[in-house]
Ligand binder design. Structure first.
Ligand SMILES: Cc1cc2nc3c(=O)[nH]c(=O)nc-3n(C[C@H](O)[C@H](O)[C@H](O)COP(=O)(O)OP(=O)(O)OC[C@H]3O[C@@H](n4cnc5c(N)ncnc54)[C@H](O)[C@@H]3O)c2cc1C
Length: 353
């Protein structure tokens, strides 16, 4: 009888042991399942959401999808994000913000700003196309860049092969115009060479005009305002200095289209043709308008033929900024002197970028 009890006990112990072994196996299996799912979720999150949307708080990875030399110092660079961008910065910024992004040079850990243009490369025909309203080409960014002989980042960028991954952060707003949320969107159909000659433009409010003074690649600031979705509503009087207009490559066409549409009044100063602001300021002085007063938001009347600039933006190397508008001290604007100073412009209506 005692033997029978012992046998029963040992059988139940073995059973319990077996059961607890099975239980342990189940627990391990479930824990492993949770672990694998957790790791999978983290991987999916990091791949699809984390650090994939462009932000100025971290770097996002982009691939060099196109690079084309214009001449020995200028090239076009197209970056495609590794993950398509959900935010359409062209719709969000429109022409109310001039914006740029920072590109990181990882070997020396420095960043430089570059100003994207709302263009994408049509690889079949090897030409530039303006991005249509509501379309962001999945977040592609196209840049016009000058490489400097001793330039840390521009020279490095020019040498990188296509398909190389680089890191970008932004966007950074470099200048902000007053935003009018009750204004109608401006059409850009002429940029696709569509005939809109029968269409008379009307706005809710009277647009204001500006003057821009750019040198070299700084022309991208004017091009961004002219080509972006809902482009600048007023006229832009642009004084551009460069060695030769040909250094703009395929971008020249867009300037001429805007000029034909009377959205742009272009004054070119090409040093290779002996036409330089630096050496002959008297050539440009008579062309510069005096500042007109900004009267704020008034009902639309008409689009006039004349240009009445209420603000001037000056963008280029330090020496150029000094000639046009007086010295800029790092982040401080400094007093308005130079050519603009002599024409009555001041710190209320001039901004040195
Ligand atoms: C808001 C913003 C937007 C910009 N957008 C663009 C853009 O779209 N395309 C573009 O090409 N550049 C743009 N730049 C200029 C760009 O950020 C770099 O300054 C430029 O590429 C030179 O950097 P680097 O590292 O190659 O040269 P660095 O190592 O900084 O300088 C090397 C040498 O080049 C000289 N140098 C540097 N910059 C200039 C200049 N602008 N003019 C004359 N000499 C210079 C320096 O004096 C130095 O001797 C922008 C700058 C700002 C602030």
């Amino acid at each position: 009888m005692v033997r029978g009890r012992v046998l029963k006990l040992s059988t139940s112990l073995i059973y319990q042991h077996k059961r607890s072994k099975g239980f342990k196996r189940w627990v391990t299996f479930i824990a492993l399942g949770f672990g694998v799912t957790g790791v999978g979720c983290c991987y999916y999150y990091s791949e699809h959401y984390y650090h994939t949307e462009l932000s100025n708080e971290y770097f996002t990875k982009y691939r060099i999808s196109y690079k084309k030399d214009i001449d020995e110092s200028h090239f076009l660079l197209e970056l495609t994000p590794l993950k398509p961008q959900r935010t359409n910065l062209w719709s969000a910024m429109a022409s109310y913000n001039l914006w740029s992004v920072e590109v990181k040079q990882p070997d020396i850990m420095v960043v430089r700003r570059y100003t994207p243009l709302p263009l994408e490369v049509d690889t079949v025909n090897d030409k530039l196309e303006v991005l249509k309203d509501g379309y962001n080409a999945n977040g592609k960014l196209l840049f016009y860049i000058k490489n400097y002989e001793n330039g840390e980042v521009s020279k490095w960028l020019r040498r990188l092969p296509t398909d190389r991954t680089i890191e970008v952060r932004g966007p950074y707003v470099d200048y902000e115009f007053p935003r009018d949320d009750h204004e109608v969107k401006r059409s850009r159909s002429f940029l696709w060479e569509q005939d809109d000659s029968g269409f008379a433009e009307r706005f809710n409010h009277q647009p204001f005009d500006i003057s821009m003074f750019t040198a070299g690649t700084a022309i991208v600031t004017a091009l961004q305002l002219l080509l972006t979705e809902d482009p600048f509503k007023g006229k832009i009087q642009l004084f551009h200095s460069c060695k030769d207009i040909q250094e703009l490559g395929p971008l020249i066409k867009f300037l001429y289209l805007c000029e034909q549409k009377k959205r742009l009044q272009l004054h070119m100063f090409e040093s290779s043709k002996g036409n330089s602001i630096r050496y002959d300021a008297s050539k440009i002085e008579p062309l510069i308008s005096r500042p007109c007063s900004y009267v704020g938001s008034t009902p639309f009347t008409s689009i006039e033929d004349s240009i009445k600039p209420v603000a001037s933006l000056v963008c280029g190397p330090d020496g150029y900024i000094t000639t046009i508008s007086g010295m800029k001290y790092d982040l401080a604007q400094g007093p308005i002197c130079g050519l603009l100073g002599s024409k009555g412009w001041n710190n209320f209506n001039v901004y040195k970028l």
